[in-house]
Ligand binder design. Structure first.
Ligand code: EPU
Length: 421
């Protein structure tokens, strides 16, 4: 298996261009199932998760054409309605096919996503809402079998704001009969982006980006052109990279309004963060101050940046406390950061970090996508040799051309091919 090898000690300097958001592109590509005709999607990142959703949709009959970051999606002839276990187990976001398949074909068979490294991640709220909209759903042999002659609008409430749950219901409701009101909806920017695309297709949606979304079902959708928002988590990872290495990076093409919680926390560490035309400039401090972090749904501090920020706090002055409130098991990076010398204690959903003067290089193992990014950031400052990050296939799921982007900023990172095991 491939590994990434990092020589620490090189401050990041220069300009990095942020790619399209993985977590916006996935539902937006899935929404291409809702109608026939040719959708033109721009700013699609080249990532493994994107290839996975395309592959599943090709099995359903969707035809794709790709040119650079432009993806054309044509679902004129859907011939199947099943997302099989072999593919869903590699990407939980395959559940995003449930809503649009049910809306378009009146049936869907999707392998039930299992738990993953960061938590059990149930989908009960997606299913309960679809049942309230008239779907008939049962489980058999590890598959969700859903049918609905015609979905109908409903008054829905999520116990917990769920991102992909909100997206699934949005896609299911746009052509449902009547009005759907979704309360305690998630309001992440990726949801607003999906709603923008659906509206360009002719959907009637109010309130996306707030916790109450009202969707008036329409009879007919048409294909559209849509540009995906920039990836705020990729941007945040490079911002933290600039801070941890004492560098000076212009993070271009990101949306500062999607990164306010991180910006605020970075400023408290002594990092200079300047909003500029076309992006954000981040200048790392001489010495990093400790701050506490509590992950929250948007606009709070993103759980998807928690691991990366923990790498930063591992080399800060003093103590910091992290509280992970979104996922129950999202500290799996801690034992690997410890291998680099980080001083971290975990107690339930809290982690107490005592900043160290330095981290020391070591071989480490990536355990999920954002954990991988955290280990790379730690490797950028680890002293005394090379840090090797193993199992980097996680990284390729969600970061486009990551070595090129870091090396373009002056880091010394290379990918080494390893034997297939
Ligand atoms: N939850 C339930 N029942 C449900 C759905 C969710 O209890 O039916 C719980 C989850 O277990 C979790 C919380 O609600 O504790 C929030 O989970 P959510 O459903 O919002 O997460 P998700 O939709 O599965 C998306 C992103 C994740 C990101 C989270 C939180 C995509 C494809 N994935 O997941 O991204 O961490 O929202 O912001 O959009 C990543 O990119 O690395 C990643 C994990």
């Amino acid at each position: 298996m491939d590994k990434i090898v990092i020589e620490g000690g090189h401050p990041l300097k220069g300009v990095v261009k942020i790619s399209g958001a993985k977590n916006a592109a996935l539902p937006i590509i899935a929404a291409g199932l809702l109608t026939g005709g040719r959708h033109r999607l721009l700013n699609i990142p080249r990532l493994r998760d994107i290839r996975t959703i395309r592959y599943i949709m090709e099995k359903l009959g969707t035809v794709f054409q790709e040119a650079g970051d432009v993806l054309e999606v044509n679902s004129d002839n859907l011939t199947a309605h099943e997302a099989p276990y072999e593919l869903v187990k590699t990407m939980r976001a395959s559940i995003l096919l449930l809503g649009p398949l049910l809306a378009r074909l009146g049936r869907a068979k999707i392998s039930l996503p299992g738990g993953c490294a960061i938590g059990a991640r149930p989908i009960n709220l997606h299913l309960k809402a679809l049942v309230s909209m008239g779907a008939d759903i049962y489980m058999e042999h590890g598959y969700i079998n859903a049918t609905a002659k015609h979905l109908k609008g409903a008054d829905l409430f999520f116990d917990i704001p769920t991102v992909t749950g909100t997206e699934n219901i949005l896609m299911a409701a746009v052509t449902a009969r009547g009005t759907t009101t979704l309360r305690n909806a998630a309001n992440e920017p990726e949801i607003k982006d999906l709603a923008k695309m659906l509206s360009a297709m002719g959907a009637d949606i109010e309130g996306a980006g707030t916790d109450t979304i009202v969707i008036h079902g329409v009879d007919h959708l048409t294909p559209c052109e849509h540009t995906v928002i920039p990836d705020r988590i990729e941007a945040g990872t490079f911002m933290i990279g600039a801070a941890i290495t004492g560098g000076d990076v212009h993070v271009n093409g990101c949306r500062p309004e999607h990164l306010t919680a991180l910006t605020e926390k970075l400023r408290q560490t002594g990092t200079e963060v300047t909003i500029e035309d076309g992006g954000i400039r981040v200048q790392g401090p001489e010495s990093i101050e400790s701050v506490d972090i509590k992950t929250m749904p948007f606009p709070g501090f993103a759980t998807d940046l928690q691991a990366q920020f923990m790498a930063l706090m591992s080399v800060a002055k003093g103590w910091s406390m992290f509280r992970e409130t979104v996922f129950e098991n999202r500290f799996i990076h801690v034992s690997e950061l410890r291998r680099l010398g980080a001083d971290i204690e975990i107690n339930g959903n809290q982690a107490l970090i005592k900043g160290r003067e330095r981290l020391l290089s070591a071989p480490v193992m990536a355990t999920d996508l954002r954990a991988s990014a955290s280990l790379i950031l730690a490797g950028l400052v680890a002293e005394g040799g090379l840090t090797e990050v193993h199992r980097i296939y996680h990284l390729d799921r969600g970061y486009e051309a990551i070595e090129d982007k870091f090396n373009g900023l002056g880091a010394k990172i290379r990918r080494e091919k390893g034997p297939v095991v």
